[in-house]
Design a protein around this ligand. Structure first.
Ligand SMILES: Cc1cc2nc3c(=O)[nH]c(=O)nc-3n(C[C@H](O)[C@H](O)[C@H](O)COP(=O)(O)OP(=O)(O)OC[C@H]3O[C@@H](n4cnc5c(N)ncnc54)[C@H](O)[C@@H]3O)c2cc1C
Length: 446
């Protein structure tokens, strides 16, 4: 029997290297800094899902696209979160990339090989693993450079504007997207909103604001906190713990389940393939809910296990397994007490909440009732991912979970969603302008 030995050194990878610029570089034309008032499509959110969607539309000849994002740059929030956690490698393998389904663009693995001379021996070995069809670890640095490459090739940078979208208002023949001070009218809007951090239960403390000495996983940890509590059992919690230990801090880790889970991927790989999706498609709503619940359970990459076990063995890490948090209370000298369900109190300099994420369904942007949410999931057309109550508005990303299954929230799932949404939008645009090629494929100007 072969025993899998997790290798902690795979988690380390250089960040901030120089990469060759993409062959086409198209800055926004002078005088085009203002958000256009009209477009063929407005994409809200320029994360990996928005990037994949805009790139797919580009291949289908839909170029009059406006991307609106709070951050103003493609994949900004994704990499900000990753860098706050000092995450150096992705959890998803080389075959997961935000390129375009069905078009043989340079894929992530090709891109990494083209940059062979910039890679470390460990990174090169992982590429060979990927080529041989094994699980492989992708450096964040490579992934970011690849996202920039995809964004540049598909003119996504020049079509992205910084804007906080406050409302999406569909009518029979158009959608108006309202952001701070600007509105864009388009025949179609695509919501690529991603996920917000999951807030702590309201009874963990009094009042609306987070108590002193407490922060969330996507915020920096104060450097002077020598003794830290981390609450949560996922990869963000693992990064926070690993960072604290390597800075010489001592850590309490509160895990609600009986024990922490270590596994390579966060989603069973079959859900990224057609046969896995078919398994999901063919089931009742209740069975889908059960599957989603099971697949969304927190887990940590295998590679962390040796470091965690070593730290626990020598007392730098104390793991409170099977213990639920019931509250957080400020203590003297800026410290914080975490109260556990059995009455124990863990007092440290700082506590970090790594409670995962909650799907942005679009219900805050669309008029009341239009998402027709059931069990928190929007009601989407299974073929096109359009909101059934707002057929000119589509969802790509985690919000499509109950149609596409657990892969919807991951980079590879975006490609599948994008293929459906981009085709539906391109067909709709072509039909309304009377342009359609004979083989049914939509092409601009045909
Ligand atoms: C630390 C971390 C590591 C991860 N690692 C992996 C991984 O290795 N592999 C993987 O497949 N997945 C990973 N994920 C999951 C990952 O979040 C998704 O795969 C990917 O980011 C989702 O892309 P997205 O575009 O749907 O969401 P996001 O990346 O969150 O992008 C959504 C964008 O929409 C913007 N937005 C939202 N609402 C509005 C609004 N009202 N107005 C304007 N802009 C708005 C946001 O600012 C954001 O920029 C990771 C997640 C985290 C947090």
């Amino acid at each position: 029997m072969t025993t899998f030995v997790p290798e902690p050194h795979l988690l380390d990878s250089p960040r901030g290297r120089d990469w060759a610029p993409a062959p086409v570089s198209a800055p926004r034309p002078a005088g085009a800094d203002e958000v256009p008032a009209t477009a063929d499509v407005v994409i809200v959110g320029a994360g990996p899902a928005g990037l994949a969607t805009a790139s797919a539309l580009w291949h289908l000849g839909v170029h009059d696209v406006v991307l609106l994002d709070r951050d103003g740059r493609p994949c900004g929030r994704f990499f900000d979160r990753i860098d706050t956690l000092k995450q150096r490698v992705l959890r998803s393998p080389y075959e997961h990339h935000p390129g375009v389904e069905g078009y043989r663009d340079c894929e992530l693995l090709d891109f990494a090989r083209l940059n062979w001379s910039r890679l470390t021996p460990v990174e090169r070995r992982e590429i060979r693993m990927a080529q041989a069809g094994h699980r492989s670890v992708v450096p964040v640095d490579v992934f970011e450079a690849y996202c920039r490459h995809v964004a540049t090739l598909h003119h996504v940078d020049e079509r992205t504007w910084r804007a906080d979208v406050r409302g999406v208002r569909p009518t029979a023949d158009a959608v108006t997207v309202h952001a701070d001070g600007v509105s864009v009218v388009a025949p179609y809007a695509i919501l690529c909103l991603g996920e917000e951090r999951r807030a702590a239960p309201s009874d963990w403390w009094e009042g609306d604001s987070v108590p002193p000495g407490v922060s969330y996983w996507d915020e920096p940890v104060p450097e002077d906190a020598e003794h830290l509590t981390v609450i949560g059992a996922g990869l963000s919690a693992a990064h926070l713990i690993a960072n604290a230990l390597s800075d010489g801090k001592r850590v309490h880790w509160i895990v609600r389940a009986a024990e922490e889970r270590y596994q390579c991927a966060d989603v069973n790989a079959s859900f990224f393939r057609a046969e896995g999706r078919a398994r999901f498609d063919g089931t009742s709503w209740e069975d889908r809910l059960t599957l989603m619940g099971g697949q969304r359970r927190a887990s940590v990459m295998f590679e962390f296990r040796p470091r965690m076990q070593a730290a626990e063995a020598d007392g730098r890490l104390i793991v409170h397994r099977g213990r639920a948090v019931t509250g957080l209370l400020p203590e003297r000298a800026g410290r914080v007490a975490v109260r556990l369900s059995d009455g124990e109190r863990v007092v440290t300099d700082h506590a970090v909440l790594a409670l995962g994420t909650a799907v942005s369904t679009g219900d805050r942007l669309l008029p009341a009732g239009m998402t027709a949410a059931r069990d928190g999931w929007p009601d989407l057309d299974e073929k096109t991912l359009a909101f059934r109550n707002a057929p000119r508005v589509f969802a790509v990303g985690a919000a499509a979970g109950m149609v596409l299954g657990p892969a919807a929230r991951n980079i590879d799932g975006h490609r599948v969603a994008t293929a459906r949404v981009a085709t539906a939008v391109a067909v709709g645009l072509a039909q309304s302008s009377g342009r359609r090629s004979t083989d049914g494929r939509v092409m601009a100007g045909v």
